[in-house]
Design a protein around this ligand. Structure first.
Ligand SMILES: Nc1nc2c(ncn2[C@@H]2O[C@H](COP(=O)(O)OP(=O)(O)OP(=O)(O)O)[C@@H](O)[C@H]2O)c(=O)[nH]1
Ligand SMILES: [Zn+2]
Length: 341
């Protein structure tokens, strides 16, 4: 008799052990078939229960095709965070002071993977550092003529064109019951979706997960015990259901420190930085790198220090904001890093 394969969802993994959730919500430890362990959290898999007398642990026989894969890559290794996710939430805080370099890299990785990104700024109760951080995010909050007018519409721009921010940015106070000025809007945005939460240490990721998933700590402890790994939580991504029936899930993830982008081609970088990319259409040279060429429309669009990003470069329906000098500087640095390797 041919063995029957079951459908499952990889909810976490550690080394060659994975926790697979079955269709009825039960969880099983599974090993990958063969030597390679390529499954990633979020993978939909076909798995096989052990034959009678063969213990408790199943095998992952097949990984179903992915809609996306979010990963980073440095010189030494590739680290997959998750597969099949609907969006990435980069969580930052008024404290500690965030690195715009790390933020920009995470956003480039999300864009390159075709995954929409949101930004949360936590600790709104700390007015001064919060205001500074909020100002540092001005270029990300900047409204642009909408590419997809149905999403995120925030009023009309010149000539009535729909506008949307470069990235949706949410003001949060996750430590408080009200969750901050945009707390409710963020929770609304998470509903029915799987969201990978990224961010540096100390911004409030655990606070967010524990708030949304009250038994997260218990789940984590159970998984650690089952996988027999004390340091489990710091090394891998975990999928938590907020509302399984509604399809709402949050995934926590470790390590935001060095976000390697070795997998990104330098030629495609403007495509993954939407403010740069949307200006990169009329340069004199078709293969303009936007670094040094004459007749470069991108460099013409960069605001001088102290200038207004919002002041449009082109008139009429094409009105687009300028490019913030800090964003162009990030482009130059990322370009140098990708090209130099
Ligand atoms: N002032 C303030 N502090 C907060 C808020 N939300 C969380 N914190 C505090 O920020 C600190 C870090 O929060 P965590 O949730 O542990 O942060 P994390 O991102 O999980 O950090 P790691 O576990 O190091 O990755 C804790 O002391 C929280 O109490 C907030 O809205 N305001
Ligand atoms: Zn150019």
């Amino acid at each position: 008799m041919k063995p029957v394969l079951d459908n499952g969802l990889v909810v976490t993994g550690h080394g060659r052990h994975y926790v697979v959730e079955t269709e009825d919500g039960a969880r099983r430890i599974c090993h990958p078939r063969g030597k390679k362990s390529q499954a990633v959290v979020g993978d939909r898999v076909r798995w096989l229960a052990p034959a009678a007398g063969q213990g408790e642990e199943g095998t992952i026989e097949q990984i179903l095709p992915r809609s996306n894969l979010f990963y980073r890559q440095d010189e030494i290794r590739t680290k997959a965070f998750a597969a099949n996710i609907d969006q990435v939430l980069v969580l930052l805080g008024a404290e500690p002071v965030f690195s715009e370099w790390q933020l920009a890299k995470a956003l480039v990785a999300a864009e390159a993977a075709g995954i929409p990104a949101l930004i949360g700024l936590n600790k709104q109760d700390l007015p001064e550092p919060f205001e500074q951080a909020w100002q540092r995010l001005a270029a990300y909050r900047q409204l642009w003529p909408a590419v997809n007018p149905n999403a995120d519409q925030q009023g009309a721009g010149p000539e009535g064109a729909a506008m949307q921010p470069l990235y949706p940015v949410f003001r949060l106070q996750l430590g408080a019951t009200h969750a901050g000025a945009d707390g409710a809007a963020l929770f609304e945005r998470l509903r029915g979706k799987s969201t990978l939460v990224l961010g540096p240490s100390g911004v409030g990721k655990s606070t967010l997960i524990n708030r949304l998933v009250p038994n997260a700590a218990v789940q984590t402890a159970e998984i650690s015990r089952a996988l027999n790994s004390g340091k489990h939580t710091t090394t891998t991504t975990t999928w938590y259901w907020v509302d399984r029936a509604a399809g709402t899930a949050v995934l926590d993830s470790p390590g935001f420190q060095e976000f390697g982008l070795n997998h990104i081609e330098w030629q495609s970088l403007p495509q993954w930085m939407p403010d740069i990319g949307r200006h990169a259409t009329g340069c004199r040279f078709y293969n303009c790198t936007h670094i040094h060429e004459p007749g470069c429309v991108v460099r013409d669009a960069v605001v001088e220090d102290g200038g207004e990003v919002a002041s449009a470069v082109y008139g009429g329906a094409l009105a687009m904001p300028r490019i913030a000098a800090s964003r162009y500087a990030l482009y130059e640095d990322l370009f140098a890093e990708l090209r130099g390797r």
